[in-house]
Design a protein around this ligand. Sequence first.
Ligand code: SF4
Ligand code: SF4
Length: 133
Amino acid sequence: MNGDRVKIAERLKELLIESSPLIEKFTAVTCPGCIDVCCRQKHGLYRERDIGYLQALGIDVPQRDSSRPLEGPCESMGPQGCIQPRWIRPFLCTWYFCDPLLAALNEAPQKQARRLTGVMQEMIDLYDYFSRE
Ligand code: SF4
Ligand code: SF4
């Protein structure tokens, strides 16, 4: 069972790496002008499934500063966006699509949108594994 857990975490990591440039095609258009940036401290917290996934990979879960206001900017936010690679971020940071992002996805070529939607679904299914242990 532990071997399955590691394989699932490794596959999820691969998909997070693969999906990152696909997602960034959209965020590069929508995020620079955003006036209500979603990267708040509360969204960058690691939840049970994030912890299970990172532990299966043998990675230390990044510590969060509990003195920071939850509604304030996330501590991983740098001048050019998130300083953490996507595969280490909490999964919420990847599956959250705000309305402008969803609109951009709907306007994208069908092939591109289908590919991203397929990868997202596979990632959601794998991530769910870490809540069933
Ligand atoms: S994902 Fe949406 S809400 Fe978050 S920074 Fe980009 S445009 Fe703004
Ligand atoms: S994407 Fe990065 S900066 Fe934004 S909430 Fe997630 S961890 Fe924080």
